[in-house]
Design a protein around this ligand. Structure first.
Ligand SMILES: [Fe+2]
Length: 255
């Protein structure tokens, strides 16, 4: 699997405090079946990460993970707040490019309220041939109430990333229902961990892939789409999804 959203870098945001924590996360991810992970530290007012700091921490963590013998490829990136984006230079933005692709950006969808600047920010990026990936909109109450609100930006060319723990219910019923509704509406395209700590039970992608209930669809969400986006290519067509086995999940969550 390819995980395009994680806080695996040490001492940069609300991820691990030191490099040993980063190595523990990398080890847990590799054991969960992740072969490539993008380090996406927050870039926002409370964690104003610079590209230089991200790159420095990335080198430190890569070296420590290699030294520990953990087989996982760690790439750069950033989780950029919508209101922070205008403050970044062209060069900053390119250096925060997701997985090292300067034309791919992970944008943090806020947890509260509808982001009024969403449409204009995404349109401006797409005009510059930069592809936005929206991080975890299923965790936002406005999206939970009206998932269709994402249609406009998705039809323009924006991709939507769901958090693994939303998909399999670890983040509760509302996030799970919204995640699956976005999948059914074809308004979500990939799954990532958004991991902040080594505990796979809290963030791992494997459980979410199993909760999709269709192996081909899970592969598309966790491997094929992220691989294509990182390579700057169009994702392959979505596999035909007949009847996903998710009744058990939603019943367990009390739907
Ligand atoms: Fe995140």
């Amino acid at each position: 699997m390819i995980d395009v959203h994680s806080h695996v870098l040490a001492a940069i945001d609300d991820g691990p405090d030191d490099v040993s924590g980063s190595v523990a996360m990398a080890r847990a991810m590799a054991a969960d079946g992740v072969r490539v992970v993008c380090a996406t530290p927050h870039v926002r007012d409370d964690w104003p990460t610079t590209p230089a700091l991200m790159e420095r921490r990335l080198e430190q963590v890569r070296a420590a993970v290699a030294e520990a013998g953990v087989e996982i490829e760690i790439r750069g990136g950033g989780e950029i707040a919508l209101d922070r984006l205008p403050e970044l230079t062209f060069d900053d933005r390119a250096r925060f490019g997701l997985g090292g692709n300067p034309r791919l950006l992970l944008l943090e969808f806020p947890y509260y309220g509808w982001p009024l600047e969403l449409g204009s920010v995404c349109s401006a990026l797409l005009r510059e041939r930069v592809v936005p990936v929206l991080a975890h909109p299923e965790r936002n109450a406005e999206v939970q109430a009206m998932p269709h609100r994402l249609e406009h930006v998705v039809h323009e060319g924006v991709f939507v990333q769901l958090t693994a723990a939303s998909v399999d219910g670890r983040l509760g019923r509302r996030a799970a229902e919204c995640a699956h509704e976005l999948l059914d509406l074809r308004l979500a395209h990939l799954i990532a961990s958004d991991a902040h700590a080594p505990e796979v039970r809290e963030a791992g992608m494997g459980a979410a892939a199993r909760a999709i209930g269709d192996d081909d669809f899970a592969h598309w969400l966790c491997e094929a789409v992220p691989a294509a986006l990182l390579a700057g290519e169009d994702p392959p067509p979505r596999p035909r999804v007949r009847h996903r086995r998710r009744r058990g999940l939603l019943r367990r969550l009390g739907r």
